[in-house]
Design a protein around this ligand. Sequence first.
Ligand code: SF4
Length: 369
Amino acid sequence: MMTDYGSLEEHVERLRALSFEIGTYRPPSEGGSASLLLRVSENCPWNRCAFCEMYKGQRFGYRPLAQITADIDRVAAIRDEISAVSAKLGMGAEITRELGSALLAQGRDLLGNPSFVTVYNWLAAGGRTAFLQDADSMSMRPREFMAVLKHLRQTLPSLTRVTTYTRSKTLSKRTPEELRLIRAAGLDRLHVGLETGDDEVLDRVDKGVTSAEQIEGGRKAVAAGFQLSMYWMPDLGGRERWRPHAEHTASVLSAIDPHYIRSRPLVPRPGTPLYDEVTQGRLQLSSPHERLEELALTIAGLEVTSKVCFDHAMNAWADRRGGLLFRRDYEGYQFPEEKPLLLERIREGLAADESMHVHARRLMAAQSL
Ligand code: SF4
């Protein structure tokens, strides 16, 4: 409903009073500030992975359905206020630079209001995508999760894609019918941290899932019609287990054949058990060339029709001229067609001096700060 009453000052006053919960994390491929972020649960129900610092020390909780739907209503109210101001200023409800200037001229403090900024940016990008936070939305009771999705789709009809994080273990526990109904209620894409397909490494990092469950969960999600985006972690096996890590990861991913496979090389984060393992010498990380050898083995073993992506700063290997070895976009390399090209790029990286990779990574890490 268009809120077309009141002065600009009154619209800004109402915008100041509207807020909804937004979590911290989302995948980079979720469109930067183009996606609407909505929190349906808080933190991670597992919270034990040895490499992960994201929700450490924070207690997991489901948000009551009434709170989530009220948040969705507040998003709609912010949208309506912004559109009303646009119409009032003769911009036909369009989201333009002039509209932003007019709103900020009236209320500069809106810039410090995350709810307003999120909805404004989302509308400016077309209002098409939403990402549901936090770490495992599919662990919600299916009936409640479907109610959230239906309310979201009805209230924000401009959405064309709704995505979320979940765990392989959770997917493996859902029935095919539950997954099909959740898909039909309006969830399009799932982001899942696979990390490795090697059971020994899965156990060592306390991932809380087996490779058989990863395959079961992934296949069920694909069969239910979800777009599946899976992340694996080069070097998680360290120097000792790089080969089984690569081989088993390739075979699990091949058994699932997800739509996207995304590389997230290991970065030991302070405050995690894995960081302690590395600093105490119990886990030895690979050199840039050794990581590329591991990558070559993983890629060679992939029998998939997925898109393989290097859309994160930690994939900053260099070629012999100092350029980036891999494309960084979110759509990546289409398999099987581009598998030979990717293997050729890895050979190119192996021919470059190792110091170039170290330099490229430092550069990318500095740029992403
Ligand atoms: S399931 Fe995901 S968010 Fe939770 S601890 Fe593991 S990696 Fe972190």
